[in-house]
Design a protein around this ligand. Structure first.
Ligand code: 13P
Ligand code: SF4
Length: 311
C-alpha cells in the first residue's frame, strides 16, 4: 500500500535515479503542475520531448501527447501515469474512417490537429496545434484544397479567421463543448470590465464572446499582458492554477457550464493522472508507450512538418 509514503519525496528520489524529466500540460492537477520540470501547451511539450536528454519522459497529459513524445524521442522510455487518459477528439476520428474520407477527396491535403491517434497522424500531411495552426495555414498555397480534422470547432474558427474554406471532420472536445453561452453572458454582465479568453476548441457561440482566442499558453500570455485585474477563462479550469501562481493579485474566473460553475469543464481524461500513479509510473517504468516502428516513422513525417513550419 502507498499509505504513509511521502509521495513527493519518493517522486523526487525516483526522477533523479531514473534520469527522468516530468512534462505536464496546463490541464493537469495543481500538485502535478507544481512538481513538473516543465508545464506547457501541446506544441511546447512536443518540442521539449524532442529536445530532452533525459532517459525517461514521464508525460503528465493525455495519451496522444505521450505518443507524440515517443514518436519524436523513440530511444527514450515514455511513461504515462494512466494509459486510459484518452481524448474525445481522438475518439471521434477512427483511422479507418479517416482513411476512407481521405480517399474520397484525393485532391485535398490533410491538415490535422495534434489531438488524434498516431494512426491518424500517419494518414496526415501536416500536424498543427492551436498555437501553430494559423502560422502553418498561412504557408499553404491558397489554391490547395484542405481537409481539417478532427476538431470542427478549431477548423471552423480557422476558416472564419483566415477565410480559407476547409472540409471539416465533425469531431469535438467534450470539455470545451460544455460551456454555456447563457451562463457566460450572465457572468459577463456581473463583470462588465472583465475580458473573456477562449480556447479555439470552444464552439463558435462561445468564441464570439471572446476578446482573445488562443492556445493554453496564448491565454496565459494574454492574462499576463492584460491591463485589467479580472479575466474570464473559457478553457479547462486547471490552467487557472498557473495564472494564479504568476499573478496572485489578479482574479481569474472559469467560464461556466449549464449548471453555472466550471467544474463540468474539467477534462476527465487529464484528471486520471494522479500523484500516486505518477509515483508508480516512475517506480515501475510502466504504463509505457510503445509503437510499431513503421507507424512511428509515418506519423513522424507530419509532426516534423509541423515543427519546421511552426518554427
Ligand atoms: P493546447 O495546450 O495546445 O492549447 O491544447 C489544448 C488541449 O485541449 C489539449 O488537449
Ligand atoms: Fe481532449 Fe478536450 Fe481533454 Fe483536451 S480537453 S484532452 S481536447 S477531451
Amino acid at each position: 500500500s502507498l499509505a504513509g509514503l511521502d509521495l513527493l519525496a519518493e517522486i523526487n528520489r525516483l526522477r533523479k535515479e531514473r534520469n527522468a524529466v516530468i512534462l505536464a500540460h496546463y490541464y493537469q492537477r495543481p500538485e502535478i503542475q507544481d512538481l513538473a520540470d516543465f508545464v506547457g501547451d501541446s506544441l511546447e511539450l512536443s518540442r521539449k520531448a524532442a529536445a530532452t536528454d533525459a532517459d525517461v519522459i514521464a508525460f503528465c497529459g493525455v495519451r496522444f501527447m505521450a505518443e507524440t513524445a515517443k514518436i519524436l524521442s523513440p530511444e527514450k522510455i515514455v511513461v504515462l501515469p494512466d494509459m486510459d487518459a484518452g481524448c474525445s477528439l481522438e475518439d471521434s476520428c477512427p483511422p479507418d474512417k479517416f482513411a476512407a474520407f481521405r480517399a474520397e477527396h484525393p485532391d485535398h491535403i490533410a491538415l490535422t490537429y495534434i489531438n488524434c491517434s498516431t494512426e491518424v497522424k500517419a494518414l496526415s500531411d501536416i500536424i498543427v496545434t492551436s498555437s501553430s495552426a494559423e502560422k502553418i495555414l498561412a504557408q499553404i498555397p491558397p489554391e490547395q484544397k484542405i481537409i481539417f480534422g478532427p476538431d470542427k470547432h478549431l477548423g471552423g474558427y480557422l476558416a472564419r479567421k483566415t477565410g480559407r474554406d476547409m472540409l471539416l471532420w465533425p469531431g469535438v472536445c467534450i470539455v470545451h463543448e460544455a460551456f454555456s453561452e447563457t451562463e457566460l453572458v450572465k457572468l459577463q454582465a456581473q463583470h462588465p470590465d472583465a475580458p473573456v479568453a477562449a480556447h479555439p476548441e470552444c464552439p463558435a457561440h462561445i468564441v464570439e464572446h471572446a476578446d482573445y482566442v488562443g492556445s493554453t499558453s496564448g491565454i496565459l500570455q494574454y492574462a499576463k499582458d492584460m491591463t485589467g485585474d479580472t479575466l474570464i477563462v473559457a478553457t479547462e479550469p486547471h490552467i487557472i492554477h498557473q495564472m494564479q501562481l504568476a499573478m496572485p493579485e489578479k482574479t481569474f474566473i472559469g467560464a461556466p457550464g449549464a449548471d453555472g460553475n466550471c467544474n463540468c469543464n474539467i477534462c476527465p481524461y487529464m484528471a486520471l493522472n494522479t500523484l500516486e500513479k505518477l509515483y508508480l509510473a516512475l517506480r515501475d517504468l510502466t504504463p509505457r508507450v510503445e509503437m510499431d516502428e513503421e507507424l512511428r516513422l509515418a506519423a513522424k513525417k507530419s509532426l516534423d512538418r509541423m515543427l519546421e513550419m511552426a518554427s
